[in-house]
Ligand binder design. Structure first.
Ligand code: APR
Length: 166
């Protein structure tokens, strides 16, 4: 049974779900964008935990406690940097969504909130990224019941709305 999809406009750090997904970088040591917001909201214990993890490859994911966030867990995944679409970016982005759901299943999560991975600093165009996200989430076997695409801006909302309608 594919998860129910919801598109919401807001800040992922206040999402009251089992798992929120962080668009991290390979060091896992924080950054700007949603990564910075999550580290600020989760508190310094998150960075201390991430230091022990030894990084994460693009397309892969790791899971940590949610610390001071309302969410119980954080899945950190590293999206591809956009180089025009000819370097396997779509497959790597799809892997971020699949691996995040796989880790959510390991903690029996029922609800997962995703940001628009790679569409900020990493430059992935929002519309193709949203199509990859919706396709990956609706074709990956998972016991997660609800997936929330948390959009920080209007461009992301429009991208997900047209991706879900397809
Ligand atoms: N809640 C939800 N979405 C957010 C938030 C937030 N608080 N802040 C930013 N976003 C959105 C951005 O608007 C964008 O749509 O998250 C999406 C992903 O953008 P980035 O955070 O820039 O992530 P990404 O493009 O994957 O680049 C990752 O940026 O922050 C650094 O350390 C991170 O090096 C890594 C790179």
């Amino acid at each position: 049974m594919a998860p129910r999809l919801e598109i919401v406009h807001g800040d992922i750090t206040v999402e009251e779900v089992d798992v929120i997904v962080n668009a991290a970088n390979s060091s896992l040591l924080g950054g700007g964008g949603v990564d910075g917001a999550i580290h600020r909201a989760a508190g310094p214990a998150l960075l201390a935990t991430c230091r022990e993890l030894g990084g994460c490859l693009t397309g892969e994911a790791v899971i940590t406690d949610g610390f001071d966030l309302p969410a119980r867990w954080i899945v950190h995944t590293v999206g591809p940097v956009w180089h025009g679409g000819e370097r396997g970016e779509a497959d790597l982005l799809a892997s971020c969504y699949r691996e995040s759901l796989r880790l959510a299943d390991t903690v029996d999560a029922r609800s997962v909130a995703f940001p628009a991975i790679s569409t900020g600093v990493y430059g992935y165009p929002p519309a193709p990224a949203a199509r990859v996200a919706v396709e990956a989430v609706t074709t990956t076997p998972t016991s997660v019941a609800a997936v929330r695409f948390v959009c920080f801006d209007e461009a992301a909302i429009a991208a997900y709305e047209s991706a879900v309608e397809r």
